[in-house]
Design a protein around this ligand. Structure first.
Ligand code: SF4
Length: 477
């Protein structure tokens, strides 16, 4: 039996970690989930557990903080292997070789992490496990091919929530997260799905769905065990398959009946979809607009979505009284300040309840980053280490860029109170300042409070944790 620890700084539940934990426990291994910021002394708790493997799920941007954490912990755990998985090693496997890690897991981790735990401490066995990049005794890395995608999601055990829910703040959260599908068939240039599909070409069906029965059993089990006030379905696009949606929502309404929120696409939303969602208890949807400029949205971002479809979907959600959150990006290639205000205008036109805008983070290797390098928008040597750890950071450049950065700070207010637009058009010309930051965080707190269905107290606690974590070492691990 191996002892496997998962370590993170941010206070959130990670379904990927929960899924690995359940597979490991089913395989007879011991698992500890540690949230550093909720522990008095995480290093001591880790040492007391005595892990064989210390694992991190890593987003690009937070990778530097994880590497620092590994450097800090390694002296007290000389026999443990430090393992990273998640998006960062999946999309930037070559960066592993310059990092402090022993093993990196690429792609879906269930099979690989179980094989790894079974093989510990035999490094020779570990070196040939598919999906893993492994540092040898000589310091050289072996890189193995990925295994096929998990073909039948129903065969996986339910995510093990115990590790997270031993923390009251997560156990007591009314809203808990579930995943009913994996993969997205769209091809947006700023999103990693196209890269993930390339990685798995010829390795099985990319978009996979769990059966209604399987999902409902999991939800009911969580409700029974931990209590549940509402359900967040975290699928990239929950409404992809209308037949499945109808079947699932009918059973969900009958057997679960709890309010839920989900992610949709505007172009897949028709009258029946909105009615089905409402009828089953949907209390909020989220969808991407990305840009108010249809040309940028479709030619640069490849979102494949017209203004007309966005307006029609919004009207259907308004009709059904389903509040909606929109995702938008500013600072896009080809976008000037007037273009950024067109994004405000479209959100205001559809009366977005929870408008959200970030500054574009062009992740290296995405098609959009390559295009931006080609056109000189970012430098040819732009790489993972240029990426910041939050969606909001940016390096203000010229006056136009600074104005767009200011607009991102004021986006919520500009959309929700269009009457302020003339004033905001003047304000964004001022230098970035703490008042804009404060207004931004107030807007985000409101969005968080409503979309998470929590009171102001919980929202303020979350805000404080976010600030605290970012002040301490920059970024989350
Ligand atoms: S629809 Fe959403 S999840 Fe799918 S590729 Fe586009 S941005 Fe990514």
């Amino acid at each position: 039996m191996a002892k496997v620890a998962f370590l993170q700084r941010g206070i959130y539940e990670n379904l990927g970690v929960m899924q690995l934990s359940s597979v490991l426990k089913q395989g007879g291994h011991a698992v500890l989930v540690l949230i550093e910021s909720l522990e008095k002394d995480a290093a001591q708790a880790l040492a007391a557990f005595g892990p064989d493997l210390v694992c991190f799920s890593v987003l690009t941007g937070s990778h530097r903080a994880v590497h620092e954490t590994i450097d800090r912990l390694r002296p007290s755990l000389p026999d443990a292997l430090f393992v990273i998985g998640g998006p960062h090693p999946t999309y930037f496997p070559e960066t592993v070789e310059s990092a402090a890690v022993d093993v990196a897991c690429v792609g879906e981790g269930e099979g690989a992490v179980l094989d790894l735990a079974n093989a510990v401490p035999d490094r020779e066995r570990i070196r040939s496990i598919p999906n893993l990049i492994v540092r040898g005794e000589d310091g050289r890395f072996s890189r193995n091919a990925v295994r096929p995608l998990v073909p039948d999601l129903d065969r996986l055990p339910f995510p093990d929530r115990e590790g997270y829910y031993r923390y009251p703040v997560l156990r007591q959260a009314r809203r808990k997260t579930f995943l009913t599908t994996r993969g997205c068939p769209y091809n947006c240039s700023f999103c990693f799905n196209h890269q993930y599909r390339r990685l798995y070409r010829g390795k099985g069906k990319y978009v996979r769905a769990r059966s209604a029965d399987n999902i409902i059993r999991e939800i009911l089990e969580v409700k029974e065990k931990y209590g549940l006030g509402s359900v967040f379905i975290q699928d990239d696009t929950f409404i992809l398959d209308k037949v499945r949606l109808r079947d699932f929502l009918e059973q969900y309404a009958e057997q679960v009946g709890l309010p839920f929120t989900c992610l949709v696409r505007a172009d897949l939303t028709d009258e029946e979809t909105a009615q089905l969602l409402k009828g089953a208890g949907c209390v909020g949807v989220q969808f991407g607009i990305e840009s108010g400029d249809e040309g940028i949205r479709n030619q640069v971002l490849r979102k494949n979505l017209t203004d007309e479809q966005i307006v029609a979907a919004a009207a259907l959600f308004k009709k059904q009284r389903i509040p909606f959150k929109t995702y938008n990006m500013l600072g896009l290639p080809g976008e000037d300040l007037a273009g950024a205000f067109r994004t405000v205008a479209l959100n205001a036109r559809i009366r977005a309840d929870l408008p959200w805008a970030s500054i574009l983070v062009p992740y290296p290797r995405t098609d959009i980053a390559e295009e931006m390098k080609r056109t000189g928008r970012i430098s040819a040597d732009y790489d993972v280490d240029d990426i910041s750890s939050t969606f909001f950071d940016t390096k203000p450049g010229d006056r136009e860029e600074r104005a767009i950065l200011n607009l991102q700070r004021l986006f919520f207010w500009a959309v929700r109170f269009p009457v302020l637009t003339p004033l905001i058009k003047r304000l964004v010309r001022l230098p970035p300042n703490p008042i804009f930051d404060l207004l931004f965080y107030l807007g985000q707190l409101h969005v968080y409070r409503v979309s998470e269905n929590v009171d102001w107290g919980a929202a303020l606690r979350m805000g404080w944790n976010f600030v605290r974590l970012n002040m301490r070492r920059g970024g989350r691990a």
